[in-house]
Design a protein around this ligand. Structure first.
Ligand code: ADP
Ligand code: MG
Length: 339
C-alpha cells in the first residue's frame, strides 16, 4: 500500500471553478516527488490539503494507512517549508529550530541534541546564535528546513522553497535538500514551477495542469515520453508541429497524429547534404541563434514553419543568420501526440 494516497480529491474555493478535479495520486514511502506545473494549476492547494491547511470538498487523504481527511493540522505529523521565509524574527537560529520541540514539552537535553544534529545537517554550525535578519535568504531557508525536519515529520512538504533564491545558491540548496532527504529517508513533496529544478530533484515528477495530474513518472520518462501536447511543451522545450506543418518538410510522407513533438537536440544540422539514409532531410533558413551556456539554440524556418534546434556549442560549427542549412531527423524522434 502506498504511503500517501490522494483519492478523488475535489476542491473549489468559490463553488464554481474546480481548482482540484478529482485527483488520484499515490506516493511511496521515502520518495522525493515533485509537483510540477504552471502557476495557478493547483500545486499549493493540493499540498495544503495534505497538511490540513485547506479543506477539500470531496475525496479522501490516506497517510501511512490512516484516513487523515478530517484530522486536525497539528495531529497529521507533517512538516512544511514555504517560499517566504517564515522564521520567528525575535528568535535566533537555535531557538527557531527548538521551538516545536519545546511546545511538545520534550526533555531539554534531548532538545539540545536534536537541534545540534539538525543544524549540522543543514550546514549551519556557527550560526546558532544568529537572528534571521543576520542571515541570507538561503541560510534562512536552511533554518526553516532544519526546523521542519527536527520534528521528524512523516512527510516533509516544500512549497517552492527556493523560488526567491538566486540561481547559483539555488543549485547548492537543491543538492543539500536531496542529500538531507536521502539521509533521513523522509517522504518529501517538493513543489516547483521550474522544470529544470524538478528534473534535478525528483525520484518522480507529477506534472499538474489546471487541477489534474497530466502525467506522472521518473524525470527521464517525462522528458523522453511526454503523453500530451501540454507535457511536451512544459518539459523538454519540444517543438510541437501539426501534421500539415510536417508535410511542408516532408511532402511525400503522411502524418496521422494530431500533433508531433520533436526535441530541439534531435535535429542534425549540416552545411553539406545529409546522405545517411536513417535521416529524413529538408532544408531550412537560419533566422536567429542564441548561446545558452554550452548550447547554441537556432531558430530555423522552412516554408513558413519556424522551429528550434539545439546543438553543442562548437565554434567551428556556426551557421550564419540567413544561411541555408540541411536538417536531418530520424523518424523515431517524431513523437506522435493525440492531444
Ligand atoms: P499553484 O500553487 O499551482 O500556483 P494554487 O493552488 O495556489 O496554484 O491555486 C490554484 C487556483 O486556486 C488559482 O486559480 C488560485 O487563484 C486559486 N486560489 C488559491 N487559493 C485561493 C483562495 N484562498 N481563495 C480563492 N482562490 C484561490
Ligand atoms: Mg503555489
Amino acid at each position: 500500500m502506498a504511503y500517501i494516497e490522494f483519492r478523488g480529491i475535489c476542491k473549489s474555493y468559490d463553488g464554481i471553478n474546480q481548482v482540484l478535479k478529482n485527483i488520484d495520486l499515490t506516493i511511496e514511502k521515502g520518495e522525493l516527488v515533485t509537483l510540477l506545473g504552471p502557476s495557478g494549476c493547483g500545486k499549493s492547494t493540493l499540498l495544503r490539503s495534505l497538511a490540513g491547511l485547506e479543506d477539500i470538498n470531496s475525496g479522501q487523504i490516506i497517510l501511512d494507512g490512516e484516513d487523515i481527511t478530517d484530522t486536525p493540522v497539528q495531529k497529521r505529523g507533517i512538516g512544511m517549508v514555504f517560499q517566504q521565509y517564515s522564521l520567528f524574527q525575535n528568535m535566533n537560529v537555535e531557538e527557531n529550530i527548538a521551538f516545536g520541540l519545546k511546545i511538545a514539552k520534550m526533555d531539554k537535553a534531548i532538545i539540545e541534541k536534536k537541534v545540534k544534529a539538525a543544524i549540522e545537517m543543514v550546514d549551519l554550525s556557527g550560526k546558532e546564535k544568529s537572528y534571521p535578519s543576520q542571515l541570507s535568504g538561503g541560510q534562512q531557508q536552511r533554518v526553516a528546513i532544519a526546523r521542519a525536519i527536527v520534528m521528524e515529520p512523516k512527510v516533509l512538504l516544500l512549497d517552492e522553497p527556493l523560488s526567491a533564491i538566486d540561481a547559483k545558491l539555488r543549485r547548492e540548496l537543491q543538492e543539500k535538500i536531496k542529500k538531507v532527504q536521502k539521509e533521513l529517508k523522509i517522504t518529501t513533496i517538493f513543489v516547483t514551477h521550474d522544470q529544470d529544478e524538478a528534473m534535478i530533484m525528483s525520484d518522480r515528477i507529477h506534472l499538474m495542469n489546471q487541477g489534474i495530474i497530466e502525467q506522472s513518472g521518473q524525470p527521464v520518462q517525462l522528458y523522453t515520453h511526454p503523453v500530451s501536447k501540454f507535457s511536451a511543451e512544459f518539459i523538454g522545450h519540444y517543438n510541437i508541429l501539426t501534421p500539415e506543418q510536417l508535410t511542408n518538410f516532408f511532402p511525400e510522407k503522411r502524418f496521422p497524429g494530431n500533433y508531433y513533438a520533436i526535441r530541439p537536440e534531435t535535429f542534425l544540422l549540416s552545411s553539406d547534404p545529409i546522405n545517411d539514409p536513417s535521416f529524413m532531410t529538408f532544408e531550412a533558413e537560419v533566422m536567429d541563434f542564441i548561446s545558452r551556456g554550452n548550447v547554441l539554440r537556432y531558430t530555423l524556418k522552412c516554408k513558413d514553419v519556424t522551429f528550434t534546434s539545439e546543438v553543442l556549442f562548437r565554434s567551428f560549427a556556426l551557421f550564419d543568420v540567413g544561411s541555408v542549412v540541411h536538417v536531418g531527423i530520424e523518424e523515431h524522434n517524431l513523437l506522435m501526440l493525440n492531444d
